[in-house]
Design a protein around this ligand. Structure first.
Ligand code: DQA
Length: 147
């Protein structure tokens, strides 16, 4: 199956952005380790990052055609974007929402996510390892659907 790893605004700065909150690994490190996992299970990964809300929405629209699962960290759009939620509502595959930091330990405006009500699973506060955990869960679900 084809899987999409989608990162939202400011996540291109991973590794140098507030490293005490988000760690020292870069987005390419994250993409490489998720790709390894997915590809060694015989699936394919497309990895995208954008700082623009409409581009993230467009990527979710494209995913309606042939993408079985999306791992998404929408960054701050998590807390603001009904438009991105609507795009996920129009998508029928698996959705796993990842937040590197524990948003519930942080400012109140980070506590609400528009995406969580649509997500099949949510991984919060596990650092960048959260992306791998989401990928492992998707591999499990795909294997169950196959067998
Ligand atoms: C984040 C948490 C958001 O509140 C923040 O705006 C981000 C990153 C996380 O991965 O912890 O950009 O989604």
């Amino acid at each position: 199956a084809n899987i999409l790893l989608l990162n939202g605004p400011n996540l291109n700065l991973l590794g140098t952005r507030e490293p005490d909150v988000y760690g020292h690994e870069t987005l390419s490190d994250v993409e490489a380790s998720v790709r390894d996992l997915i590809e060694s299970a015989g699936h394919t990964l497309r990895a995208e990052q954008s700082n623009r809300e409409y581009e993230l929405i467009d990527r979710v629209h494209e995913a309606r055609d042939g993408i079985a699962a999306i791992i998404v960290n929408p960054g701050a759009f998590t807390h603001t974007s009904i438009a991105l939620l609507d795009a996920f509502n129009a998508y029928e595959g698996l959705v796993f929402e990842v937040h590197i930091s524990n948003v519930h330990k942080r400012e109140a405006f980070r506590h609400h996510s528009y995406i969580s009500g649509r997500a099949d699973g949510i991984i919060v506060g596990c650092g960048v390892q959260g992306y791998e955990l989401a990928a492992r869960r998707i591999l499990t679900l795909l294997a169950l659907a196959d067998g």
